[in-house]
Write a protein that binds this ligand. Structure first.
Ligand code: DHB
Ligand code: FE
Length: 280
């Protein structure tokens, strides 16, 4: 059976792509952010995942406002990255694992999640940059991938409670897959940030730190908030924390915090990073 080795959650700001392309990891602005990653590289070298299930949100590359699925799962042999207009290099394609994708899709639909299934799917910065941060030295991402996309762009958004349930069902689907492979669940987005409107630049360190802590000790804590309350607390784009919540929910039982980093700001965003390992 497949084994979930743990979860990694990280922010996904496009400017990270420019910093990587420009080799700015030691630059004073970037150093506190990039210094968070070597312990994650060490952990990945230890747990040796074969496959990454990546929970992220598309920002208008694959889905636009005319067609916006609440939940979408990729089932393609390969996923291409493409230019989103941020001025960052396009990264090489990602290998899929169609067998695991279809298993996950079957299990989630069986559990009453109405998914969009994508046999062609472009993946944006929310998918490509976290994988580049995790495997910086490989030209191509060395693990197979299954993209799981949650709408955090166009209202109505799925509630925190719903995303937690999706994550739990996703974890159960992975764990019931009949192949002896090691799976890491990766959640990208957040933490607090707002890119537009009167509160542009808003961050909420107290809430972010409480949220990170809750994922370890009280994982359903954030499900008590409505989407509107989460926007109030974390900003219009801070609601991307839904991907962290779904990722935590995918991990069975109790988890141990292996590593965490938190740094304000990267661009407009409070950048968070966490590695969680299944306790048993
Ligand atoms: C920024 C953050 C995001 O999550 C994103 O998708 C795009 C931009 C930013 O802070 O610049
Ligand atoms: Fe984003």
């Amino acid at each position: 059976m497949a084994k979930i080795v743990g979860g990694i959650t990280t922010s996904h700001v496009p400017a990270i792509g420019r910093a990587i392309a420009g080799n700015l990891q030691q630059d004073p602005y970037w150093k506190p952010f990039f210094d968070g990653f070597p312990p994650v590289h060490d952990w990945l070298a230890k747990v040796k995942p074969d496959i990454a299930v990546v929970v992220y949100n598309d920002h208008g590359l694959n889905f636009f406002l005319d067609k916006m699925p609440t939940f979408a799962v990729g089932a393609a042999p390969e996923y291409q990255n493409a230019d989103e207009g941020w001025g960052i290099p396009t990264l090489p394609p990602y290998a899929g694992n169609q067998a695991l994708s279809w298993h996950v899709i079957n299990e989630l639909v069986e559990k009453e999640f109405d998914l969009t299934t994508c046999q062609e799917m472009l993946v944006d910065h929310a998918f490509s940059l976290p994988l580049k941060l995790l495997w910086p030295n490989e030209e191509r991402c060395p693990v197979q991938t299954v993209p799981v996309c949650i709408n955090t762009v166009q209202y109505p958004l799925p509630s925190a409670k719903r995303c937690f349930k999706l994550g739990k069902a996703l974890g159960e689907a992975i764990a019931s897959w009949d192949e002896d492979l090691r799976v890491v669940v990766i959640g990208t987005g957040g933490l607090s940030h707002q890119l537009d409107g009167k509160r542009a630049g808003f961050v909420n360190k107290d809430f972010d730190l409480a949220f990170m802590e809750s994922l370890i000790n009280d994982p359903e804590w954030a499900t008590k908030y409505s989407i509107e309350e989460l926007v109030e607390l974390t900003g219009t784009q801070g609601v991307e924390l839904l991907m962290w919540l779904a990722t935590r929910a995918a991990l069975p039982g109790k988890v141990r915090k292996v590593h965490a980093n938190y740094h304000i700001p990267i661009s407009n965003t409070a950048a968070g990073l966490m590695v969680m390992e299944c306790a048993d």
